[in-house]
Design a protein around this ligand. Structure first.
Ligand code: AMP
Length: 217
């Protein structure tokens, strides 16, 4: 299974990717996670990316395309992958298609999640993450004061770019630079729209149904 999870920030790509990884044992390739790891480790890539990420802007195309090339040329990822948060611009999408051609990879589907902007702002405001295991929580469920992950004991924190100001910028960036990709993938018949407003388990079921139906075509 080789799929792209597409949609604005906060739409549930990361959460759905984790469920799909359990189902298909695919490599989960999240450019956001890879970049955050690079920032944390203060690598050259992280130092380049940080100032863009802090304010909710996109990291330059050449930086993320280089990163994806490196990951996708590894054997493990080439067989079976879920791309989460990449591509986000038209140049990234065409660079990815060129890379697929070079590697002889055939993309199965692009799952495009749709959620209202108000819901997105609310979800991101409520989102908390575990620094240890990466689990995603919402304060509506765990309460605003939970500091330690119930699963692994890691620190529970809020991403700086999930705070209202960077979120507004991320949504603008999505509208201007990322949303045009919907047409790019629709034209090549690879787009599967999914209503992401429902509860996590139900959205997962919609994704699985759509993927199997798409395979039967
Ligand atoms: P995410 O975790 O997917 O919401 O990404 C967090 C931040 O990482 C984004 O706001 C961007 O600054 C950066 N980023 C992640 N993926 C990309 C990408 N494909 N292109 C450019 N910047 C990216």
């Amino acid at each position: 299974m080789k799929i792209i999870l597409f949609g604005p920030p906060g739409v549930g790509k990361g959460t759905q990717a984790k469920l799909l990884v359990e189902e298909f044992h695919s490599a989960h390739i999240s450019t956001g996670d890879l970049l955050r790891e690079a920032v944390k480790n203060k690598t050259i890539l992280g130092l380049k990316a940080k100032s863009f990420m802090d304010v909710g802007n996109l990291v330059p195309d050449d930086v993320v395309v280089g990163l994806i090339e490196e990951v996708l040329t590894s054997e493990e990822a080439r067989e079976n992958f879920i791309l989460d948060g990449f591509p986000r611009t038209l140049p990234q999408a065409s660079a990815l298609d060129a890379l697929f051609e070079k590697l002889g990879v055939r993309l199965d589907s692009v799952i495009s999640f749709e959620v209202d902007n108000e819901e997105i702002i609310d979800r991101l405001n409520q989102r908390r993450l575990c620094r240890g295991c990466g689990r995603i929580y919402t304060i509506a469920r765990i309460g605003a004061n939970l500091k330690m992950c119930p699963q692994c004991g890691g620190e529970v924190y809020q991403r700086d770019d999930d705070k209202p100001e960077p979120v507004r910028r991320r949504l603008e960036v999505y509208q201007q630079q990322t949303k045009p990709l919907i047409d790019y993938y629709r034209k090549t018949n690879r787009l599967i729209p999914i209503n992401g407003m429902d509860e996590i388990g139900y959205v997962h079921k919609l994704v699985l149904d759509a993927l199997y139906k798409d395979r039967m075509k």
